[in-house]
Design a binder for this molecule. Structure first.
Ligand SMILES: CCCCCCC/C=C/C(=O)SCCNC(=O)CCNC(=O)[C@H](O)C(C)(C)COP(=O)(O)OP(=O)(O)OC[C@H]1O[C@@H](n2cnc3c(N)ncnc32)[C@H](O)[C@@H]1OP(=O)(O)O
Ligand SMILES: NC(=O)C1=CN([C@@H]2O[C@H](COP(=O)(O)OP(=O)(O)OC[C@H]3O[C@@H](n4cnc5c(N)ncnc54)[C@H](OP(=O)(O)O)[C@@H]3O)[C@@H](O)[C@H]2O)C=CC1
Length: 283
């Protein structure tokens, strides 16, 4: 699909790059010639991922970091600069989320999600942005948000995530304008359903719920990680150099399904339509 050197020698930092979608994006970047730095809280997860991801070659540097802590974020970039000497691209992928009626949340539960998603993304962005501006270096930042942020609708039962991801999207758009003069580009992806252990264990706790969610997708399937990874490769590449401040939704049409007043009529059979049509015409 892409030139095999699309990301050659680009140093790309991915938060949450040891699991799920972050790992899938990283694996694609490696195939396209990038050098990776992955960061998250669990060192053992990062170490195993780095080993497995480099089985066919390539370089993956890993460094534990809790993005909620600005001093750990500074240490992370110090370590990456010491290792690679530069960063070209940042993927803010780390997140926290779980379903719950909002009235059951404690303030610590709210903070746990807001601090990872909104504060963590902001700290990563700010630390690297300052470095790039000081170095007079251009670069690209990709933020992974959600369809309920991109649509502007938000979502019940994941309200801290909805509020935080909306903030991340606003960060993306605001800095796309403010930092364009420094050659810093901002883009975002809003994924729909992409089954991962991290997301499914916290958001889709039963098979029945999974079925129900899948039925909402007009394409009647979940996304493949490779589909998301290819989009993430294009958006950070020089081929997308004129895309700035945009969010690309990749969800099989799911959010539109909920938005169109009559879309649920897709459930009607031909026989249902025959009856309805006859009834309407008889009036
Ligand atoms: C379904 C199809 C897809 C639709 C789109 C979905 C869009 C978004 C998807 C995602 O973001 S998927 C990413 C999912 N991955 C993760 O969340 C990974 C990281 N998550 C975590 O580490 C935890 O889940 C965490 C709770 C977010 C943070 O962990 P931490 O160790 O910092 O916190 P804890 O000390 O465990 O808990 C803090 C606080 O929160 C309360 N809490 C935890 N879980 C729940 C829960 N399920 N319900 C209610 N409250 C919860 C916990 O009790 C603590 O509060 P206090 O008891 O101390 O008051
Ligand atoms: N899967 C899906 O269907 C969808 C996913 N998304 C988004 O995609 C992204 C990836 O999600 P997914 O792969 O499914 O889930 P995962 O749970 O696999 O990914 C979350 C990652 O974030 C890391 N992380 C969590 N907290 C912190 C922290 N405080 N500091 C650093 N790293 C942290 C975790 O690692 P560790 O625990 O080691 O810190 C983990 O690697 C997220 O932004 C999510 O919101 C959006 C829409 C749908």
């Amino acid at each position: 699909m892409f030139r095999s050197d699309l990301l050659r020698d680009k140093v790309i930092v991915i938060t949450g790059g040891g699991t799920g979608l972050g790992r899938a994006i990283g694996e694609r970047y490696l195939e396209l010639g990038a050098k990776l730095a992955i960061a998250s809280r669990r060192k053992d997860v990062l170490q195993t991922a780095a080993q497995e991801m480099t089985q066919n070659g390539g370089e993956v540097f890993y460094h534990p970091c809790d993005v909620r802590d600005p001093s750990q974020v500074t240490e992370l970039f110090d370590a990456i600069y010491a290792h690679y000497g530069k960063v070209d691209i940042l993927v803010n992928n780390a997140a926290g989320n779980f379903i719950s009626p909002t009235e059951r949340l404690s303030s610590r539960a709210v903070d746990s999600v807001l601090n990872i998603v909104l504060h963590g993304t902001f700290y990563m962005t700010l630390e690297l942005g300052k470095r790039w501006i000081e170095e007079k270096k251009s670069g690209t930042m990709l933020n992974i948000v959600t369809t309920y942020a991109a649509s502007g609708a938000g979502s019940g039962f994941v309200v801290p995530s909805a509020a935080a991801k909306a903030g991340v999207l606003t960060l993306t758009r605001s800095l796309a304008v403010e930092w364009a003069k420094y050659g810093i580009r901002q883009v975002a992806i809003a994924p729909g359903m992409f089954p991962t252990e991290g997301a499914w264990s916290r958001l889709v706790p039963s098979e029945e719920m999974g079925e129900r969610l899948l039925n909402r997708v007009p394409l009647h399937r979940a996304g493949n990680k490779s589909e998301l990874a290819n989009l993430a490769a294009f958006l950070v590449s020089d081929e997308a150099a004129y895309i700035n401040g945009e969010v690309v939704t990749i969800d099989g049409g799911e959010w539109l399904q909920g938005a169109g007043e009559f879309n649920e009529l897709a459930d009607l059979t031909n026989e249902d339509w025959d009856q309805l049509s006859a009834k309407m015409r008889s009036k």
